[in-house]
Design a protein around this ligand. Structure first.
Ligand code: BG6
Length: 504
Protein backbone atom coordinates (compact mmCIF):
# COMPACT_ATOMS: atom_id res chain seq x y z
CA UNK A 1 0.00 0.00 0.00
CA UNK A 2 1.36 3.45 -0.87
CA UNK A 3 1.53 6.19 1.71
CA UNK A 4 -0.40 9.40 1.09
CA UNK A 5 1.69 12.52 1.44
CA UNK A 6 0.10 15.12 3.71
CA UNK A 7 -1.15 17.85 1.40
CA UNK A 8 -1.92 21.51 1.61
CA UNK A 9 -5.61 21.48 2.17
CA UNK A 10 -7.74 24.09 0.46
CA UNK A 11 -10.92 22.70 2.03
CA UNK A 12 -10.28 23.44 5.65
CA UNK A 13 -8.06 26.20 6.89
CA UNK A 14 -8.01 24.86 10.44
CA UNK A 15 -7.91 21.12 10.01
CA UNK A 16 -5.15 21.24 7.41
CA UNK A 17 -2.78 22.38 10.12
CA UNK A 18 -3.23 19.10 11.97
CA UNK A 19 -0.75 16.26 11.91
CA UNK A 20 -1.67 13.01 10.21
CA UNK A 21 -2.29 10.23 12.75
CA UNK A 22 -0.14 7.12 13.08
CA UNK A 23 -1.16 4.06 11.09
CA UNK A 24 -3.98 2.31 12.95
CA UNK A 25 -7.17 0.29 12.85
CA UNK A 26 -10.47 1.83 13.89
CA UNK A 27 -12.91 -0.77 15.18
CA UNK A 28 -16.51 0.38 15.43
CA UNK A 29 -18.80 -1.66 17.68
CA UNK A 30 -22.40 -1.05 16.70
CA UNK A 31 -21.50 -0.61 13.05
CA UNK A 32 -25.05 -1.30 11.88
CA UNK A 33 -26.44 1.45 14.09
CA UNK A 34 -27.64 4.97 13.51
CA UNK A 35 -24.57 6.71 14.88
CA UNK A 36 -22.28 4.89 12.45
CA UNK A 37 -24.51 5.84 9.52
CA UNK A 38 -25.26 9.42 10.44
CA UNK A 39 -22.10 10.59 12.18
CA UNK A 40 -19.09 8.25 12.24
CA UNK A 41 -18.92 7.25 8.58
CA UNK A 42 -19.73 10.71 7.17
CA UNK A 43 -17.01 12.11 9.46
CA UNK A 44 -14.48 9.55 8.21
CA UNK A 45 -15.40 10.44 4.65
CA UNK A 46 -14.88 14.16 5.38
CA UNK A 47 -11.45 13.33 6.82
CA UNK A 48 -10.66 11.24 3.73
CA UNK A 49 -11.63 14.13 1.44
CA UNK A 50 -9.17 16.33 3.35
CA UNK A 51 -6.46 13.66 3.39
CA UNK A 52 -6.39 13.63 7.18
CA UNK A 53 -6.73 9.90 7.73
CA UNK A 54 -3.67 7.85 8.69
CA UNK A 55 -1.36 6.80 5.85
CA UNK A 56 -2.05 3.13 6.59
CA UNK A 57 -5.54 2.58 7.91
CA UNK A 58 -8.31 0.01 8.33
CA UNK A 59 -11.88 0.42 9.53
CA UNK A 60 -13.54 -2.64 11.00
CA UNK A 61 -17.29 -2.69 11.57
CA UNK A 62 -18.46 -5.08 14.27
CA UNK A 63 -22.08 -6.02 14.96
CA UNK A 64 -24.20 -9.02 15.78
CA UNK A 65 -26.14 -8.70 12.54
CA UNK A 66 -25.11 -10.74 9.52
CA UNK A 67 -22.98 -8.96 6.99
CA UNK A 68 -19.94 -9.01 4.74
CA UNK A 69 -17.24 -6.59 3.62
CA UNK A 70 -19.17 -5.91 0.42
CA UNK A 71 -22.49 -5.34 2.13
CA UNK A 72 -20.82 -3.05 4.68
CA UNK A 73 -19.16 -1.03 1.93
CA UNK A 74 -22.44 -0.65 0.07
CA UNK A 75 -24.32 0.31 3.21
CA UNK A 76 -21.69 2.88 4.17
CA UNK A 77 -21.64 4.35 0.68
CA UNK A 78 -25.36 5.01 1.09
CA UNK A 79 -24.70 6.58 4.49
CA UNK A 80 -22.04 8.86 3.05
CA UNK A 81 -24.19 9.84 0.09
CA UNK A 82 -27.04 10.70 2.42
CA UNK A 83 -25.29 12.32 5.35
CA UNK A 84 -21.82 13.59 4.36
CA UNK A 85 -21.29 17.33 4.14
CA UNK A 86 -19.10 17.08 1.03
CA UNK A 87 -20.29 16.12 -2.43
CA UNK A 88 -19.73 12.45 -3.18
CA UNK A 89 -16.43 11.79 -4.97
CA UNK A 90 -16.12 8.31 -6.39
CA UNK A 91 -12.31 8.17 -6.23
CA UNK A 92 -12.19 9.24 -2.57
CA UNK A 93 -14.90 6.77 -1.72
CA UNK A 94 -13.26 3.86 -3.58
CA UNK A 95 -10.04 4.39 -1.64
CA UNK A 96 -11.87 4.57 1.68
CA UNK A 97 -14.20 1.67 0.87
CA UNK A 98 -11.18 -0.59 0.26
CA UNK A 99 -10.24 0.00 3.91
CA UNK A 100 -13.62 -1.16 5.26
CA UNK A 101 -14.03 -4.61 6.74
CA UNK A 102 -16.86 -6.39 8.50
CA UNK A 103 -17.06 -8.86 11.39
CA UNK A 104 -20.29 -10.46 12.56
CA UNK A 105 -19.88 -11.55 16.14
CA UNK A 106 -21.36 -11.36 19.60
CA UNK A 107 -18.88 -10.70 22.37
CA UNK A 108 -21.35 -12.23 24.82
CA UNK A 109 -20.63 -15.67 23.27
CA UNK A 110 -17.60 -17.63 24.45
CA UNK A 111 -14.76 -16.79 22.08
CA UNK A 112 -16.95 -14.15 20.39
CA UNK A 113 -13.96 -11.86 20.15
CA UNK A 114 -11.75 -14.37 18.30
CA UNK A 115 -13.03 -13.42 14.87
CA UNK A 116 -12.22 -9.78 15.46
CA UNK A 117 -8.75 -10.51 16.78
CA UNK A 118 -7.98 -12.80 13.86
CA UNK A 119 -8.97 -10.10 11.40
CA UNK A 120 -7.03 -7.40 13.29
CA UNK A 121 -3.94 -9.61 13.30
CA UNK A 122 -4.21 -10.14 9.56
CA UNK A 123 -4.78 -6.43 8.81
CA UNK A 124 -1.93 -5.48 11.09
CA UNK A 125 0.52 -7.71 9.25
CA UNK A 126 -0.67 -6.79 5.78
CA UNK A 127 -0.80 -3.07 6.36
CA UNK A 128 1.79 -2.60 9.09
CA UNK A 129 -0.53 -0.93 11.55
CA UNK A 130 2.09 -1.28 14.30
CA UNK A 131 -0.46 -2.70 16.75
CA UNK A 132 -2.27 0.68 17.00
CA UNK A 133 -6.00 0.48 17.48
CA UNK A 134 -8.98 2.68 18.34
CA UNK A 135 -11.98 0.76 19.68
CA UNK A 136 -15.14 2.81 19.32
CA UNK A 137 -18.05 1.70 21.51
CA UNK A 138 -21.12 2.93 19.66
CA UNK A 139 -23.33 0.37 21.39
CA UNK A 140 -25.88 0.66 24.21
CA UNK A 141 -24.18 0.92 27.64
CA UNK A 142 -25.27 -2.54 28.92
CA UNK A 143 -22.95 -4.05 26.27
CA UNK A 144 -19.88 -2.11 27.49
CA UNK A 145 -18.56 -4.38 30.28
CA UNK A 146 -18.49 -7.56 28.17
CA UNK A 147 -16.73 -5.84 25.29
CA UNK A 148 -14.29 -4.03 27.56
CA UNK A 149 -13.34 -7.25 29.37
CA UNK A 150 -12.70 -9.03 26.11
CA UNK A 151 -10.67 -6.17 24.63
CA UNK A 152 -8.73 -5.49 27.79
CA UNK A 153 -7.59 -9.05 28.23
CA UNK A 154 -6.13 -9.13 24.75
CA UNK A 155 -4.71 -5.64 24.53
CA UNK A 156 -1.93 -5.43 21.95
CA UNK A 157 1.02 -4.04 23.87
CA UNK A 158 3.09 -3.29 20.74
CA UNK A 159 1.33 -0.09 19.81
CA UNK A 160 -1.25 2.21 21.38
CA UNK A 161 -4.83 1.28 22.17
CA UNK A 162 -7.57 3.85 22.67
CA UNK A 163 -11.15 3.36 23.72
CA UNK A 164 -13.89 5.76 22.62
CA UNK A 165 -17.01 5.64 24.77
CA UNK A 166 -20.21 7.27 23.59
CA UNK A 167 -22.59 8.93 25.97
CA UNK A 168 -24.50 8.30 28.17
CA UNK A 169 -21.56 7.65 30.49
CA UNK A 170 -23.54 6.03 33.30
CA UNK A 171 -27.03 6.77 34.56
CA UNK A 172 -25.99 8.40 37.81
CA UNK A 173 -22.85 8.97 39.86
CA UNK A 174 -22.62 5.39 41.11
CA UNK A 175 -22.97 3.81 37.66
CA UNK A 176 -20.52 6.29 36.10
CA UNK A 177 -17.96 5.45 38.75
CA UNK A 178 -18.55 1.73 38.24
CA UNK A 179 -18.06 2.14 34.49
CA UNK A 180 -14.84 4.07 34.94
CA UNK A 181 -13.62 1.39 37.35
CA UNK A 182 -14.35 -1.27 34.74
CA UNK A 183 -12.50 0.64 32.03
CA UNK A 184 -9.58 1.33 34.34
CA UNK A 185 -9.08 -2.41 34.96
CA UNK A 186 -7.40 -2.47 31.56
CA UNK A 187 -7.02 1.08 30.27
CA UNK A 188 -5.28 4.17 31.61
CA UNK A 189 -7.27 7.38 31.79
CA UNK A 190 -5.23 8.73 28.82
CA UNK A 191 -6.47 5.80 26.75
CA UNK A 192 -10.16 6.52 27.46
CA UNK A 193 -11.98 9.02 25.26
CA UNK A 194 -15.44 9.87 26.66
CA UNK A 195 -17.44 11.62 23.96
CA UNK A 196 -19.47 14.74 24.50
CA UNK A 197 -19.93 15.73 20.90
CA UNK A 198 -20.69 19.36 21.79
CA UNK A 199 -16.99 19.79 22.54
CA UNK A 200 -16.24 18.89 18.93
CA UNK A 201 -18.37 21.77 17.66
CA UNK A 202 -16.40 24.68 16.21
CA UNK A 203 -18.51 27.28 17.96
CA UNK A 204 -18.03 25.61 21.33
CA UNK A 205 -14.26 25.66 20.88
CA UNK A 206 -14.61 29.25 19.77
CA UNK A 207 -15.78 30.11 23.28
CA UNK A 208 -12.20 29.40 24.34
CA UNK A 209 -10.79 31.47 21.48
CA UNK A 210 -13.16 34.32 22.21
CA UNK A 211 -12.27 34.40 25.87
CA UNK A 212 -8.58 33.64 25.82
CA UNK A 213 -7.34 34.98 22.48
CA UNK A 214 -8.82 38.43 23.08
CA UNK A 215 -7.55 40.77 25.75
CA UNK A 216 -10.74 42.81 25.95
CA UNK A 217 -13.16 40.24 27.35
CA UNK A 218 -11.30 38.70 30.24
CA UNK A 219 -11.22 41.81 32.48
CA UNK A 220 -15.02 42.11 32.32
CA UNK A 221 -15.81 38.39 32.42
CA UNK A 222 -16.82 38.28 36.07
CA UNK A 223 -19.41 39.19 38.70
CA UNK A 224 -18.43 42.84 38.66
CA UNK A 225 -19.51 43.38 35.07
CA UNK A 226 -21.73 40.42 34.21
CA UNK A 227 -25.32 40.61 35.46
CA UNK A 228 -26.14 37.01 34.57
CA UNK A 229 -25.58 34.33 31.95
CA UNK A 230 -28.26 32.49 29.93
CA UNK A 231 -27.57 29.22 28.19
CA UNK A 232 -30.20 27.74 25.88
CA UNK A 233 -30.08 24.36 24.17
CA UNK A 234 -33.40 24.29 22.33
CA UNK A 235 -34.42 21.61 19.88
CA UNK A 236 -37.49 21.62 17.67
CA UNK A 237 -37.25 17.87 17.09
CA UNK A 238 -38.90 15.33 19.37
CA UNK A 239 -37.36 12.05 20.48
CA UNK A 240 -37.05 10.66 16.94
CA UNK A 241 -38.06 7.10 17.70
CA UNK A 242 -35.67 6.75 20.63
CA UNK A 243 -38.33 6.21 23.32
CA UNK A 244 -36.53 3.19 24.79
CA UNK A 245 -33.52 5.33 25.62
CA UNK A 246 -35.26 8.63 26.31
CA UNK A 247 -37.82 7.25 28.75
CA UNK A 248 -34.88 6.23 30.96
CA UNK A 249 -32.74 9.28 30.35
CA UNK A 250 -35.09 12.25 30.12
CA UNK A 251 -33.83 15.70 29.31
CA UNK A 252 -31.69 15.92 32.41
CA UNK A 253 -29.52 12.95 31.49
CA UNK A 254 -29.72 13.38 27.74
CA UNK A 255 -28.46 16.96 27.47
CA UNK A 256 -28.34 18.77 30.81
CA UNK A 257 -25.82 16.40 32.44
CA UNK A 258 -23.39 16.61 29.55
CA UNK A 259 -23.74 19.14 26.72
CA UNK A 260 -25.29 21.88 28.79
CA UNK A 261 -22.96 21.61 31.76
CA UNK A 262 -19.98 21.53 29.41
CA UNK A 263 -21.12 24.78 27.79
CA UNK A 264 -21.43 26.28 31.24
CA UNK A 265 -18.00 25.05 32.30
CA UNK A 266 -16.32 26.56 29.23
CA UNK A 267 -18.10 29.85 29.83
CA UNK A 268 -17.17 30.07 33.51
CA UNK A 269 -13.73 28.44 33.72
CA UNK A 270 -10.49 30.22 34.58
CA UNK A 271 -7.88 30.57 31.82
CA UNK A 272 -5.89 27.33 31.65
CA UNK A 273 -2.12 27.75 31.57
CA UNK A 274 -2.12 26.03 28.20
CA UNK A 275 -4.43 23.94 26.07
CA UNK A 276 -3.10 20.57 27.03
CA UNK A 277 -5.75 18.10 28.01
CA UNK A 278 -5.17 17.97 31.75
CA UNK A 279 -4.87 21.71 32.18
CA UNK A 280 -8.16 22.33 30.40
CA UNK A 281 -9.89 19.53 32.34
CA UNK A 282 -8.53 20.82 35.65
CA UNK A 283 -10.13 24.22 35.09
CA UNK A 284 -13.45 22.76 33.99
CA UNK A 285 -13.58 20.45 36.98
CA UNK A 286 -13.13 23.40 39.33
CA UNK A 287 -16.21 25.08 37.85
CA UNK A 288 -18.29 21.92 38.01
CA UNK A 289 -17.24 21.38 41.59
CA UNK A 290 -18.27 24.93 42.48
CA UNK A 291 -21.68 24.57 40.85
CA UNK A 292 -24.91 24.35 42.79
CA UNK A 293 -28.63 24.76 42.29
CA UNK A 294 -30.01 26.71 45.22
CA UNK A 295 -32.89 24.43 46.16
CA UNK A 296 -35.76 22.67 44.38
CA UNK A 297 -37.44 25.96 43.43
CA UNK A 298 -34.53 26.82 41.18
CA UNK A 299 -35.09 23.85 38.87
CA UNK A 300 -38.11 23.52 36.58
CA UNK A 301 -39.03 20.50 34.49
CA UNK A 302 -41.52 20.10 31.73
CA UNK A 303 -42.98 17.69 29.24
CA UNK A 304 -44.48 18.67 25.91
CA UNK A 305 -48.08 18.19 24.92
CA UNK A 306 -49.47 18.44 21.41
CA UNK A 307 -48.74 21.55 19.48
CA UNK A 308 -47.40 23.09 16.31
CA UNK A 309 -43.69 23.15 15.57
CA UNK A 310 -42.60 25.24 12.62
CA UNK A 311 -46.14 25.12 11.27
CA UNK A 312 -46.62 21.38 11.60
CA UNK A 313 -48.91 19.69 14.09
CA UNK A 314 -47.02 17.23 16.30
CA UNK A 315 -48.01 14.64 18.88
CA UNK A 316 -47.56 14.98 22.62
CA UNK A 317 -44.59 13.22 24.22
CA UNK A 318 -46.93 10.71 25.85
CA UNK A 319 -48.31 9.86 22.39
CA UNK A 320 -44.89 9.05 20.90
CA UNK A 321 -44.35 5.39 20.04
CA UNK A 322 -42.90 3.45 22.98
CA UNK A 323 -43.66 6.15 25.56
CA UNK A 324 -45.89 5.23 28.50
CA UNK A 325 -49.24 7.09 28.35
CA UNK A 326 -48.63 8.34 31.90
CA UNK A 327 -44.88 8.89 31.48
CA UNK A 328 -43.31 11.29 33.97
CA UNK A 329 -40.14 11.67 31.88
CA UNK A 330 -39.17 15.31 31.44
CA UNK A 331 -38.43 16.73 28.01
CA UNK A 332 -37.50 20.19 29.30
CA UNK A 333 -35.35 21.47 32.14
CA UNK A 334 -34.62 25.03 33.20
CA UNK A 335 -32.49 25.90 36.19
CA UNK A 336 -30.84 28.72 38.01
CA UNK A 337 -27.32 27.68 38.94
CA UNK A 338 -24.53 29.39 40.81
CA UNK A 339 -20.79 28.96 40.54
CA UNK A 340 -19.43 29.51 44.04
CA UNK A 341 -16.07 31.14 43.43
CA UNK A 342 -14.56 34.63 43.47
CA UNK A 343 -15.23 35.24 39.80
CA UNK A 344 -18.91 34.31 39.78
CA UNK A 345 -20.32 34.44 43.33
CA UNK A 346 -23.98 35.59 43.26
CA UNK A 347 -24.10 35.70 39.44
CA UNK A 348 -26.94 33.50 38.22
CA UNK A 349 -26.44 31.13 35.32
CA UNK A 350 -29.92 30.50 33.93
CA UNK A 351 -29.96 27.44 31.74
CA UNK A 352 -32.75 25.78 29.79
CA UNK A 353 -32.97 22.95 27.36
CA UNK A 354 -35.73 20.94 25.80
CA UNK A 355 -37.30 19.04 22.95
CA UNK A 356 -40.11 20.29 20.74
CA UNK A 357 -39.39 23.91 21.50
CA UNK A 358 -40.20 26.69 19.06
CA UNK A 359 -36.99 26.29 17.10
CA UNK A 360 -33.50 24.83 17.14
CA UNK A 361 -31.19 27.20 18.88
CA UNK A 362 -28.14 26.81 21.07
CA UNK A 363 -26.86 30.06 22.47
CA UNK A 364 -24.78 31.39 25.33
CA UNK A 365 -25.72 34.92 26.31
CA UNK A 366 -23.50 36.94 28.62
CA UNK A 367 -25.65 39.79 29.84
CA UNK A 368 -23.62 42.68 31.21
CA UNK A 369 -24.75 45.12 33.86
CA UNK A 370 -26.38 48.35 32.77
CA UNK A 371 -24.24 51.43 32.35
CA UNK A 372 -24.05 52.99 35.82
CA UNK A 373 -25.42 56.35 34.77
CA UNK A 374 -26.73 56.98 31.26
CA UNK A 375 -26.60 60.74 30.72
CA UNK A 376 -29.59 60.64 28.39
CA UNK A 377 -33.21 61.31 29.11
CA UNK A 378 -34.98 58.08 29.97
CA UNK A 379 -37.36 58.35 27.02
CA UNK A 380 -34.40 58.73 24.64
CA UNK A 381 -33.05 55.35 25.69
CA UNK A 382 -36.36 53.46 25.73
CA UNK A 383 -35.28 50.93 23.15
CA UNK A 384 -31.95 50.34 24.87
CA UNK A 385 -31.19 47.03 26.50
CA UNK A 386 -28.11 46.09 28.50
CA UNK A 387 -25.09 44.87 26.52
CA UNK A 388 -25.24 41.21 25.66
CA UNK A 389 -22.50 39.12 24.14
CA UNK A 390 -24.32 36.34 22.35
CA UNK A 391 -22.53 33.22 21.18
CA UNK A 392 -24.60 31.42 18.56
CA UNK A 393 -23.46 27.83 18.89
CA UNK A 394 -25.98 26.72 16.27
CA UNK A 395 -27.51 27.41 13.82
CA UNK A 396 -26.28 30.69 12.21
CA UNK A 397 -22.95 30.12 13.94
CA UNK A 398 -21.29 33.29 15.09
CA UNK A 399 -21.01 35.88 17.82
CA UNK A 400 -22.95 39.06 18.24
CA UNK A 401 -22.58 41.99 20.61
CA UNK A 402 -25.61 44.08 21.48
CA UNK A 403 -24.66 47.73 21.98
CA UNK A 404 -26.52 51.00 22.29
CA UNK A 405 -26.23 53.30 19.28
CA UNK A 406 -27.60 56.69 18.38
CA UNK A 407 -30.51 56.61 16.00
CA UNK A 408 -29.63 58.95 13.09
CA UNK A 409 -31.51 62.25 13.35
CA UNK A 410 -31.56 65.51 15.20
CA UNK A 411 -32.42 64.16 18.64
CA UNK A 412 -30.43 61.90 20.95
CA UNK A 413 -32.38 58.68 20.74
CA UNK A 414 -30.49 55.51 21.66
CA UNK A 415 -31.37 52.04 20.49
CA UNK A 416 -29.83 48.59 20.73
CA UNK A 417 -28.01 47.41 17.60
CA UNK A 418 -25.90 44.32 16.96
CA UNK A 419 -22.30 43.89 15.89
CA UNK A 420 -22.18 40.50 14.25
CA UNK A 421 -19.51 38.03 13.34
CA UNK A 422 -20.87 35.21 11.21
CA UNK A 423 -18.72 32.18 10.44
CA UNK A 424 -20.18 31.94 6.95
CA UNK A 425 -19.07 35.48 6.13
CA UNK A 426 -15.66 35.46 7.80
CA UNK A 427 -14.21 32.14 6.67
CA UNK A 428 -14.17 30.56 3.25
CA UNK A 429 -14.38 27.02 4.62
CA UNK A 430 -17.47 25.07 5.62
CA UNK A 431 -18.06 24.10 9.24
CA UNK A 432 -16.60 20.70 10.10
CA UNK A 433 -18.94 18.32 11.89
CA UNK A 434 -18.11 17.69 15.54
CA UNK A 435 -17.36 14.02 14.91
CA UNK A 436 -14.65 14.82 12.38
CA UNK A 437 -12.65 16.66 14.98
CA UNK A 438 -13.31 14.09 17.69
CA UNK A 439 -12.40 11.04 15.62
CA UNK A 440 -9.25 12.73 14.37
CA UNK A 441 -8.27 13.76 17.91
CA UNK A 442 -8.74 10.19 19.11
CA UNK A 443 -6.35 8.92 16.47
CA UNK A 444 -3.92 11.70 17.39
CA UNK A 445 -4.22 10.83 21.08
CA UNK A 446 -5.43 14.31 22.08
CA UNK A 447 -8.16 14.09 24.74
CA UNK A 448 -8.60 17.84 25.35
CA UNK A 449 -12.07 17.81 23.78
CA UNK A 450 -13.24 14.72 25.65
CA UNK A 451 -14.43 14.47 29.24
CA UNK A 452 -12.30 13.16 32.07
CA UNK A 453 -13.62 10.81 34.76
CA UNK A 454 -13.73 13.43 37.52
CA UNK A 455 -15.53 15.88 35.25
CA UNK A 456 -18.27 13.39 34.43
CA UNK A 457 -18.59 12.53 38.11
CA UNK A 458 -19.04 16.18 39.11
CA UNK A 459 -21.74 16.50 36.45
CA UNK A 460 -23.55 13.48 37.85
CA UNK A 461 -23.30 14.77 41.39
CA UNK A 462 -25.32 17.85 40.46
CA UNK A 463 -27.81 15.82 38.45
CA UNK A 464 -28.26 13.25 41.22
CA UNK A 465 -29.05 16.04 43.68
CA UNK A 466 -31.65 17.53 41.34
CA UNK A 467 -33.25 14.18 40.58
CA UNK A 468 -33.44 13.33 44.29
CA UNK A 469 -35.53 16.47 44.80
CA UNK A 470 -37.77 15.50 41.91
CA UNK A 471 -38.65 12.21 43.50
CA UNK A 472 -40.59 14.17 46.12
CA UNK A 473 -43.31 15.59 43.89
CA UNK A 474 -45.12 14.91 40.65
CA UNK A 475 -45.79 17.88 38.40
CA UNK A 476 -48.84 17.90 36.14
CA UNK A 477 -47.50 16.79 32.77
CA UNK A 478 -47.75 17.79 29.96
CA UNK A 479 -47.12 21.38 30.95
CA UNK A 480 -46.00 23.05 27.74
CA UNK A 481 -47.32 22.83 24.21
CA UNK A 482 -44.94 21.64 21.52
CA UNK A 483 -43.64 24.68 19.64
CA UNK A 484 -43.49 26.96 22.69
CA UNK A 485 -40.51 27.97 24.84
CA UNK A 486 -41.34 25.62 27.71
CA UNK A 487 -43.61 25.78 30.76
CA UNK A 488 -44.62 29.12 32.29
CA UNK A 489 -42.72 28.17 35.45
CA UNK A 490 -39.49 28.53 33.43
CA UNK A 491 -40.37 32.20 32.91
CA UNK A 492 -41.20 32.60 36.59
CA UNK A 493 -37.70 31.41 37.44
CA UNK A 494 -36.28 34.62 35.98
CA UNK A 495 -39.21 36.90 36.70
CA UNK A 496 -38.76 36.28 40.41
CA UNK A 497 -35.32 37.83 40.01
CA UNK A 498 -36.65 40.75 37.91
CA UNK A 499 -35.20 39.27 34.73
CA UNK A 500 -36.52 37.51 31.64
CA UNK A 501 -35.28 35.03 29.07
CA UNK A 502 -33.62 36.60 26.10
CA UNK A 503 -36.13 37.59 23.42
CA UNK A 504 -36.09 35.45 20.29
C1 BG6 B 1 -27.52 14.03 21.63
C2 BG6 B 1 -28.83 13.75 22.31
O1 BG6 B 1 -26.45 13.85 22.52
O2 BG6 B 1 -27.52 15.37 21.16
C3 BG6 B 1 -30.00 14.03 21.37
O3 BG6 B 1 -28.88 12.40 22.73
C4 BG6 B 1 -29.92 15.42 20.80
O4 BG6 B 1 -31.25 13.86 22.05
C5 BG6 B 1 -28.52 15.66 20.21
O5 BG6 B 1 -30.91 15.56 19.81
C6 BG6 B 1 -28.36 17.11 19.80
O6 BG6 B 1 -27.17 17.24 19.09
P1 BG6 B 1 -26.96 18.41 18.04
O7 BG6 B 1 -25.54 18.27 17.63
O8 BG6 B 1 -27.94 18.17 16.94
O9 BG6 B 1 -27.25 19.68 18.77
Amino acid sequence: MTEKAPQENPLDEGLSLRKTPDPCALVVFGASGDLTHKKIMPALYALAVRRLLPPRFAIVGVARTDGSDDAFRKDMQGAVQQHARDPFQQDVWDELAAQLHWVTTDFADAGGEDKLHDLLGKLDTEQQLDGNCVFYLAVPPPAFPTIVDALGKRKDERGWTRLVVEKPFGHDLASAKALTAKLREYFDEEEIFRIDHYLGKETVQNMLALRFANGIFEPIWNRQFVDHVQITVAESIGIEGRAGYYEQAGAIRDIFQNHLLQLLALTAMEPPIDFTSDNVHNEKVKVLRALHAPGPKSVVRGQYGRGFVEGEEVAAYREEEGVAPDSMTETFVAAKLYVDNWRWADTPFYVRMGKRLARRETTIAIQFKRAPHPPFEESAAEGLRPNVLLVHVQPDEGVSLAIGAKVPGQGMTIRTVHMDFLYGGAFRTGMPEAYERLILDTMLGDSTLFTRADEVEEQWMLVDAIVADWDRDKPAFPNYPAGSWGPPSADDLLQRDGRSWRRH
